[in-house]
Ligand binder design. Structure first.
Ligand code: FES
Length: 107
C-alpha cells in the first residue's frame, strides 16, 4: 500500500527545476522534467552526501562531490550499472501539492 506524503506546493517545482524537500524523516529531491515529476532520495549512494545541488542534464543527475551520475527514472549509476543506485520514489501532483510515496524507501 502506498504512503503518499506531501512535500510542498507544486508551484515550487516548475518545469526543469529541482527542489529538495523533507518528507517525514527523509530528505528527497523532486524534479519536473518534460512535465513529469520524478523524485529521488537526497542521499548519494557513494558516500552518503546530499544530491540536491547536483547538475542535471536530461534524465541524468551528477553528484556534486565525486561525479557519480544517476538516471533519475531508474536510479541506476549510468557509468557502472553494477554500482549502488540512488533510490527513486513515485511522485505525483495532488490538489496543488507534490506528494511522494515513502513506501519506496522502506528497507
Ligand atoms: S558522494 Fe556522490 S559521488 Fe561521492
Amino acid at each position: 500500500m502506498a504512503n503518499w506524503t506531501p512535500v510542498g506546493p507544486a508551484a515550487d517545482v516548475p518545469e526543469s527545476c529541482q527542489q529538495a524537500c523533507s518528507a517525514s524523516e527523509h530528505s528527497v529531491v523532486v524534479f519536473r522534467i518534460d512535465g513529469q515529476l520524478h523524485a529521488i532520495e537526497n542521499l548519494c549512494p557513494h558516500a552518503g552526501l546530499p544530491l540536491e545541488d547536483g547538475e542535471r542534464e536530461g534524465m541524468v543527475l551528477t553528484c556534486p562531490y565525486h561525479g557519480f551520475a544517476f538516471n533519475l527514472r531508474t536510479g541506476a549509476n549510468v557509468d557502472d550499472p553494477h554500482d549502488a543506485p540512488v533510490r527513486t520514489l513515485p511522485a505525483r501532483e495532488n490538489n496543488g501539492q507534490i506528494e511522494v510515496d515513502l513506501d519506496a524507501l522502506k528497507d
